[in-house]
Design a protein. Structure first.
Length: 208
């Protein structure tokens, strides 16, 4: 049984002189957002060198991750052997079916981004050690972390042939005098969201 709120009137009038000005609050928020947008644009000008590796879904667990022991990375997975017989629409339907029966946490399926020709699989960021994040994608060793779970996909008959490329770039925050960890994460999210908007990946959420 719920207890009555005896002092609800007192609680409601606790700050009788409080004035809430949402216009001022919005202006302040907008100014801060404009500063961050200007900063992220300056950072984006320096992000031109995306390295690339080729990935076979059947052998991804054997990839040497030692060269990926870096921080603050933006990355993109691209499917390289989709066909007219098995296009992006078929791929998304297959992933949706797998999500219903697996214990592993697979990314959100973006069927709205299918167009019979979309080969951008996933866009992500890593503020922590990049090799750890890739291990999530390549090893399927955790039931708690959302990732591509490639070894699990490799067991599926319709997906076992998949090949892909991964493009990645480390963001040089030191060059821009940025040391605050929370600000780095926020700027990485903004960079990730911009790539989501442009490339519309088949899997994954924007700005998470």
């Amino acid at each position: 049984m719920k207890r009555p709120l005896k002092n609800w009137k007192t609680n409601c009038t606790k700050h009788p002189n409080m004035r809430i000005n949402i216009l001022d609050a919005t202006k302040m928020y907008t100014h801060k957002l404009e500063d961050k947008l200007q900063l992220v644009n300056e950072i984006a000008k320096d992000v031109s060198d995306f390295k690339k590796i080729e990935i076979d879904i059947q052998t991804c667990q054997d990839i040497d991750l030692s060269e990926f022991e870096v921080y603050n990375v933006i990355y993109l997975f691209k499917l390289t052997n989709l066909t007219k017989e098995f296009d992006d629409c078929n791929f998304c339907k297959e992933i949706s079916a797998i999500k219903k029966k697996t214990k592993y946490k697979l990314p959100q399926v973006n069927e709205i981004n299918t167009n019979k020709n979309n080969d951008v699989l996933y866009i992500g960021k890593s503020s922590g050690l990049f090799s750890t994040r890739l291990r999530n994608h390549f090893s399927s060793n955790s039931l708690k972390t959302y990732s591509l779970q490639l070894p699990q996909l490799a067991k599926q008959k319709k997906l076992q042939h998949l090949k892909m490329e991964m493009f990645y770039s480390q963001i040089d925050f030191v060059k821009h005098g940025i040391t605050d960890h929370d600000l780095k994460k926020e700027l990485l999210e903004m960079l990730e969201s911009s790539l989501h908007l442009q490339h519309k990946p088949l899997l994954g959420r924007s700005g998470h």
